[in-house]
Design a protein around this ligand. Structure first.
Ligand code: C2E
Ligand code: CA
Ligand code: CA
Ligand code: CA
Length: 279
């Protein structure tokens, strides 16, 4: 660092200070966001390729910031994780998602299972099994109405404990998916032992599968392996007809992406579900 000269170091530390301040600001604003009802959920359809029906919805969190507009979860989830706020936020997401599902059912909207993303901290540092069980029960739903999306990286740290938690959640009747599959570092022998139902192929493979032989090979291999393990496969981030065709040819079970639909507001989603279920 000395070689860089004093000026640069000074500049760097100012930048660090600014970043730190931004983070602190976001942290306290995020705390307020929960109380002020600035968080909301969007719902993105997952389509079954065998018959084109809606197989489920992924619940995606948004923050309507009073000054910055809608903030992406990519920006604030890491801050929430670090500040420990993710626990409260995660519980809010779970509860709101099942409450929405329940509300649709009461209104006569044809519902499908909702998939909620769990963060590592929420999974490991809370009574996630008890929380899921009570949230579903309080909403008057069945655990089968809830799917949980976990990432590979969440379970590499404590594989045995993770597998135990997954087994208990699955024992309740929830569906367990491994999200962003292919981007983590879990070994295949480990995957064999994971009590999961579904793999979700990461968008990075889907993105260029129509123009990269390597990505196409990865996608085909993941699908073949998943089916060999009797797991379902869903591909995320599908935007183009060519990607859809490739995935269909490779035997992928479900598709999610802008090709079918962007994430929808609850109102638009209700309309979408009604439309899709109409004969
Ligand atoms: P993810 O779980 O991989 O979610 C998929 C992301 O891809 C979503 O971004 C979705 O809007 C976007 N997407 C869907 N289809 C397409 C497509 O065809 N093309 C492109 N380019 N993008 C597409 P989003 O909503 O910004 O969420 C980003 C990430 O934030 C999620 O990635 C997830 O890891 C995290 N996240 C979102 N909601 C929650 C939540 O409630 N709890 C936690 N812990 N994490 C969440
Ligand atoms: Ca996800
Ligand atoms: Ca994903
Ligand atoms: Ca992803």
């Amino acid at each position: 660092a000395k070689l860089m000269g004093g000026g640069q170091i000074q500049h760097f530390s100012e930048e660090l200070k600014a970043a730190f301040k931004r983070k602190l600001t976001m942290e306290s604003q995020l705390r307020a966001a929960l109380d002020h009802k600035e968080l909301f959920l969007m719902y993105q359809p997952k389509i079954a390729l065998k018959d084109g029906s809606v197989a489920g919805l992924e619940v995606l969190l948004r923050w309507r910031h009073p000054r910055h507009g809608v903030v992406s979860p990519v920006e604030f989830i890491p801050v929430a994780e670090e500040a420990g706020l993710i626990v409260e936020i995660g519980e809010w997401v779970l509860k709101s998602a099942v409450d929405q599902c329940r509300a649709w059912r009461v209104e006569g909207v044809p519902t499908v299972p909702v998939a909620v993303n769990l963060s590592a901290r929420q999974f490991h540092r809370t009574d996630i099994v008890g929380c899921v069980a009570s949230v579903v029960r309080d909403a008057g739903l069945a655990p089968g109405d809830l799917e949980l999306e976990l990432t590979e990286s969440m379970s590499v740290q404590c594989p045995e404990r993770s597998a135990g938690l997954m087994a208990r959640l699955r024992g309740l009747g929830c569906t367990i998916s491994i999200d962003d599959f292919g981007t983590g570092y879990s070994s295949l022998s480990y995957l064999k032992q994971l009590p999961v139902d579904k793999l979700k192929i990461d968008r990075s493979f889907v993105q260029d599968m129509h123009q990269s032989a390597e990505s196409m090979a990865m996608v085909k291999a993941i699908i073949a392996m998943a089916h060999g393990l009797r797991l379902e496969v869903i591909a995320e981030g599908v935007e183009l007809q060519e990607q859809l065709d490739g995935l269909r040819a490779a035997g992928c079970d479900q598709i999610q992406g802008f090709y079918y639909s962007k994430p929808l507001s609850p109102e638009d989603c209700a309309g979408y579900l009604r439309e899709q279920a109409a004969p």
